[in-house]
Design a protein around this ligand. Structure first.
Ligand SMILES: [Zn+2]
Length: 126
């Protein structure tokens, strides 16, 4: 029971940090390409403003992270917890591939960042 409470608290803290914009996307900052969770902060901000449509546009799986953490936190068997988290991961990767095919590189939050560190380095070398 203690582990479940800790898991729920950690999930809530991560969610708050993301929503507060305190955790930037390191993948996009370094490589210039969006990660599977890009847009989720803006999705939660839209959700908290009551704009569910924009939340789905920013990230169609914004609801899946808290649902997976709560479900895994409440599950009694380790295999069920793992199945929930692995399923969530697979879902995020599948949606990421679809978003990269349909939105990358022009539509935010799946846009390409020309200010990425790797791009900066490559421009100075070549
Ligand atoms: Zn990202």
């Amino acid at each position: 029971m203690k582990n479940k409470i800790i898991l729920v608290i950690v999930a809530a803290l991560i969610l708050l940090l993301c929503v507060g914009g305190l955790i930037p996307c390191g993948i996009k900052f370094i490589f210039g390409i969006p990660c599977p969770t890009c847009g989720i902060t803006r999705a939660y901000l839209s959700l908290f403003k009551g704009d569910i449509g924009s939340a789905f546009l920013y990230h169609p799986l914004f609801w899946a992270l808290p649902a997976a953490f709560i479900g895994a936190g409440l599950a009694n068997k380790k295999a069920v917890k793992q199945a929930i988290l692995v399923s969530c991961g697979i879902l995020f990767i599948a949606v990421y591939i679809i978003r990269m095919i349909t939105l990358f590189p022009d539509v935010p939050p799946m846009d390409f960042s020309h200010n990425a560190i790797l791009i900066w380095i490559i421009e100075r070398i070549f």
